[in-house]
Structure formats: C-alpha cells, structure tokens
Write a protein that binds this ligand. Structure first.
Ligand SMILES: Cc1ncc(COP(=O)(O)O)c(C=O)c1O
Length: 481
C-alpha cells in the first residue's frame, strides 16, 4: 500500500497551489472596497445545484471556481460600507493564521502540544485585556452564543449543584433575570439549559436601554415572595440593538446581596474595555464573562470566549469521563488544560492561533486605537444625523459603536407605520444595489436603521455617504409607502 497521491499532495505542489490561493486572498482583500457590499447570488443559484461529483478534478480548476463563484459574492462584512448586525472586518493576520492553523490541524481537546498552550495563553491575555484575573478559567468557543451558553452552563451547575444528576430543582425553582434588550442567544441558552422561558424575567430598561435595577430588585422580591429562587442575573456589557451597557456595578451589588450568579454578556462590547475601561465599571466583578474575539479583536470567524472567575467553575459543569480519553497519569500526552472539560465540545479546531497572533501583532495599544476609532466613527455618524433634524432622527446617543437612526421627514404627515416601512425599504434598496449593508432593528416598537461599526476600514467619507444616501433614498421612497 502506498500513500494516495490525490490526497497526499507533494510539498512543492502545495507550495504552488498555495501561492495561487494566497494571491486570491490578496486580490480579494485589496479589491473589497471597489465591489458591492453584499454579494447577492440571486439568479446564479443554479451554480450550486450541480450533481454530486463521482470523480475528482484538478485542484487548479477548484481554485478557479472559487475565484469566479465564491470570492466575488461575499457577505460583505470586510467592506468599509458594511454596518449590519455586529459582524467585524477580518484582520488579514487572522486570515493567514487560519491557514496555518488548518495546516497543523490539531484537535484542541487537550494534550501537551503547542495549540493547547497557545489557547491557554490567548485566554489569559483576553482576561487581562478585560481587567479580569489572568488565571480565570476559560475556553474559546465558536462565538458569543456558545460563549454565553457555556458560561450559563457553569452558572447552572454552581447554583444547582445536583443539576447534572438530578436535573433542575422544581422547589424552589431557579429564576434567571435578563434585560428586555438581552441578546436572544441568552434566552436560547436558558431554554436549552432547562430553566424554561417562564422562569426568565425580562427586566425593563431606562431611556438609554439599560437594565433598570429598581425593576430587577422588584422582580427578585416578587419571586422570593412566590417561593421561587432568584439564581442568575445576566448584565449586558454592550447590547446588540444599541450598544447600551447595563449598570454592571449595581447589578454586581444586587447579585452579591442576593447570593446570585452574575454573568456579563460582553460578546460585543466587553473588549471595548481596552479603550474605555471606565464605561465598564463592575464588569470584572462578574462570575463569568462572554467576550468575542471575532467581534472587537477583528479575528475572522469563528472565535468567542467564555471566562469564569472561579477555578473549577467550568470543569464542574462539563467534565465527563470517557474510557478512551481518560489519561494514564504517566502519559507524555498530558498537558496543562483539558479544554474538552470546559465546554460541550470534544473535537475543537485551532481557533486560538488567530487570537494569539492578533494580540501579539497589535498589543493592547493597537486594539485600544482601533476600537477607539470605531467609537469615534459612531459618534461622528450620530453628529451627521443630528445635523439634519428636518429629515433624520437619532434614537439614542451611541454608547459604543452602534448608531440607531431613521429617516423621518418633518411636515410630510407620514405616520409611524409608514415610517417603519420606509426605513425598511431604504435598507433593502441598499442591500440589493450593493451600496451599503445595514440591518434595521426595532426599538420600543419602531423600526430604525442600525449602523454597527466594527470596521477599521470605514472612513469619514463612508459615513457622510451613508447619511447622504439615507436622505436621498428616503426622499425617493417616501411616496412608495
Ligand atoms: C451582545 C451579544 N451577545 C451575543 C451575541 C451572539 O454572538 P454570536 O453571533 O457570535 O453567536 C451577539 C451577537 O451579535 C451580541 O451582540
């Protein structure tokens, strides 16, 4: 038996193909700004309906296909005029890191190989960037949803020690508190972890979309009086809709007084503490934090992080022996961390390399500068909106890098329902024509255009163009609603 040459390419062939692939990467990154923001496939969908290949083909043909059918049709989040969701622009260093990570292709469940040490150090650096203990117990996840799920898994085990054997107690029943602006992945996690949606309290927010602590305290008191057990409170360190930061310090006081676990969802916002630590007072008092390198460390998808202050907090919730993994204490395989015991995943890719390289490439200072610039872009866009009170309305002053605004011309008699339709049509027109990409959101029942800026490529000119395009599209579309 011999190695199969179709799979086992010789090193020189990898080098040759790799150069072609890296040229594709460079052309793509260099040409992003000149193309449409959103690469809609539309009528080309039949490209992806071919029958299953029965035999293989030449790798050059594959790269040519990627060049023609994939690279020109991106989601758009590395384009300077992409402002949708919270999808960051990818740092080119991270793009290369992912290639190198796939080349070594380790399984990062544990062991004394380099990737495990890289992940351990990357997690410690993320903790330190947040001002959290350098030795907090952590794990990299696929993103913020899994980071919150994993942290809430640790919280569940801490507040209900028998949960892994006996399930959640019925009496007293544990209750989770979140703000009405919490990311829906926290609801999903509470649901999957068995808390039950009827036992998740959505606490009202103030005019700045921050959790109202008086309402939190009232809800806790009412639940105690009803014989329930207030168990977990989730504070948002940057909400997805507006970037609001809940009063984390006061929430930490309430959690301490009530004997509750305090989790901070900082998937989007927490890493902005590198640039503006004062805005996140109380974050470091959280029992657990979710923070996403694939947002404000600009690493390519995917990388989220869960951090838990107490050692053993994650392993108590997730460790599960397996005959074929249980290690001989004398085995040279043994390494510093079993990441498989810190979350639900066993096989895990080498997510840490791009995070580890990014932090070394830019350091704390580089990220403080880049995040600070995103915050400044948001403030500038808000100013541009406020310069035109005759036609534009800002929903709320930006706290981080999200600006919610709408086209609402004075004196035109457009009621709220027509304004909602109009603003959605504006966003749809841009997605279709490729000029911008914004995802609208709903605040207090009204639709707003929402610009989220996690994008080191966006210029002042892009922001002015966005404001002017809103005025133009609004004026053109107002008769259609
Ligand atoms: C505050 C917040 N939490 C959680 C998430 C979920 O993160 P992911 O999309 O990486 O799963 C997001 C995503 O935008 C978010 O903004």
């Amino acid at each position: 038996m011999k190695p199969d040459p179709e799979f086992d390419l010789p090193a020189d062939e990898i080098r040759r193909l790799g150069r072609v692939a890296v040229d594709l990467v460079a052309d793509h990154v260099g040409g992003i700004a000149a193309g449409p923001v959103f690469g809609k496939i539309g009528p080309r969908a039949p490209w992806f309906d071919e029958p299953l290949p029965e035999t293989g083909c030449d790798p050059d043909a594959l790269l040519a296909r990627v060049r023609e059918q994939v690279m020109p049709f991106p989601f758009g989040n590395s384009h300077p005029r992409f402002f949708a969701f919270i999808n960051a622009t990818a740092d080119p260093v991270g793009i290369l890191a992912d290639l190198l990570a796939s080349a070594t292709n380790p399984n990062c469940w544990g062991g004394d190989h380099a990737a495990i040490h890289v992940e351990r150090q990357a997690l410690s650096w993320i903790s330190q960037l947040l001002g959290y203990p350098a030795d907090a117990e952590g794990v990299l996840t696929s993103g913020g949803s899994m980071a919150n799920f994993t942290a809430l898994g640790a919280a569940r085990r801490a507040v209900c020690p028998d949960v892994r054997d006996g399930g959640l107690p019925r009496d007293p029943r544990p209750v989770v508190y979140v703000s009405e602006q919490v990311h829906h992945c926290v609801d999903k996690s509470a649901d999957l972890l068995g808390f039950g949606r009827r036992f998740v309290r959505r606490i009202a927010t103030d005019a700045g979309f921050r959790m109202r602590v008086d309402a939190l305290e009232q809800a806790i008191a009412a639940d105690r009086a009803a014989g329930l057990r207030p168990a977990i409170v989730v504070g948002s360190a940057g909400t997805v809709n507006t970037g609001a930061i809940d009063p984390l310090d006061t929430i930490a006081d309430v959690a301490a007084r009530e004997g509750m676990w305090f989790h901070a969802d900082g998937a989007y916002g927490a890493l902005a503490a590198i640039a503006i630590p004062g805005a996140f007072a109380g974050l470091t008092r959280a029992d657990s934090i979710a923070a996403d390198p694939h947002k404000w460390l600009y690493v390519p998808y995917e990388a989220g992080a869960t951090l838990v202050r107490r050692k053993g907090g994650l392993t108590d919730a997730f460790a599960r022996p397996a005959e074929y993994l249980d290690q001989d204490p004398e085995s040279p395989l043994l390494g510093p961390v079993l990441f498989s015991e810190r979350g639900p995943e066993l096989s895990r890719r080498f997510r840490a390399l791009k995070v580890w390289l990014g932090i070394q490439r830019h350091g704390r200072a580089g990220y403080a500068r880049a995040i600070g610039a995103d915050l400044a872009r948001a403030r500038r866009l808000a100013e541009l909106v406020k310069e035109r009170p005759d036609a534009l309305e800002l929903a709320v002053e930006p706290t981080l890098s999200i600006v919610c605004f709408r086209y609402a011309p004075r004196g035109k008699g457009l009621d709220e329902a027509r304004l909602d339709r109009l603003n959605r049509r504006i966003a749809n027109r841009w997605i279709a024509d490729g000029s911008f990409f914004l995802a609208p959101t709903v605040l207090r029942g009204r639709s707003y255009l929402r610009a989220a800026i996690v994008n080191f490529r966006t210029s002042e000119q892009d922001l002015v163009a966005l404001r002017d395009a809103t005025l133009q599209a609004g004026a053109e579309l107002e008769k259609t609603v």
